[in-house]
Design a protein. Structure first.
Length: 220
């Protein structure tokens, strides 16, 4: 079994962002998870396209941009232009989800959709064939360092089952409270991509911690 590790820069030292990103890339992380917050959809404000463009000069990782913003269509082209490979929008923030996912693909990126802990996976039934990734939030979005919500596990299992039954190929990503203890649970449930912020950037050696987290996740 293979999984991908997606360090969330929300928990990085922003005064040393280039070095922190280089460390997790050297540690073998496949995706760089970039949390974009607008102070409306979630009660926090973070990163814009300028930061994505600056990091793009320094990294070859897949840039995985998690948009926690209202009306995302307005900013999707800017984030893709800045170097995002994958754009994930929230189901709860999209009035016309099909249109938004189509826009991401038209602009040349992979399309993901995220679900808050209170949102049932069945709300995605009509768009699953067109998405590249489903992000299951295992905390309420807005902040790093929160406790894992175990209710995410049956949702991951149901999505993995649906994917198999329908012959679909989207990745299942889990975001929030993922650490050496919770990682094996989410992988057993069927997750392919693990986002980790505080567990990686809060570790004494973030570069080494990427491999430690991967090893722990695959301990079945
Ligand atoms: O999207 C979010 C939070 O809204 C996440 O990507 C967090 O940044 C994950 O942080 P940890 O829970 O791993 O510390
Ligand atoms: Fe995130």
């Amino acid at each position: 079994m293979t999984i991908k590790i997606a360090p969330s820069i929300l928990s990085a030292d922003f005064a040393n962002l280039g070095a922190q990103v280089a460390a997790v890339e050297a540690g073998g992380a496949e995706y760089l998870h970039i949390d974009v917050m607008d102070g409306h959809f979630v009660p926090n404000i973070t990163i814009g396209p300028l930061v994505v463009a600056a990091l793009r000069e320094r990294s070859r990782m897949v840039f995985d941009t998690h948009l926690m913003i209202e009306a995302p269509d307005k900013y999707i082209p800017d984030f893709i232009q800045a170097g995002s490979d994958l754009i994930t929008v929230h189901q709860e923030a999209c009035v016309h989800l099909h249109r938004t996912l189509s826009l991401i693909k038209e602009k040349g990126a992979r399309a993901g959709v995220a679900l808050n802990p209170a949102t049932p996976w069945q709300s995605l039934a009509c768009v699953l064939p067109m998405v590249d990734l489903v992000l299951v939030m295992s905390v309420n979005p807005g902040f790093g360092g929160q406790k894992f919500i175990a209710g995410a596990l049956p949702k991951i299992e149901a999505l993995a089952r649906c994917r198999q039954e329908q012959g679909l190929c989207f990745e299942i990503q889990v975001d929030g409270g993922v650490n050496r203890t919770t990682a094996p649970q989410v992988v057993q449930a069927g997750a392919d991509v693990l986002v980790a912020g505080s567990a990686l950037f809060g570790a004494p050696d973030p570069q080494a911690e990427v491999a430690q987290l991967r090893a722990a996740a695959l301990t079945l």
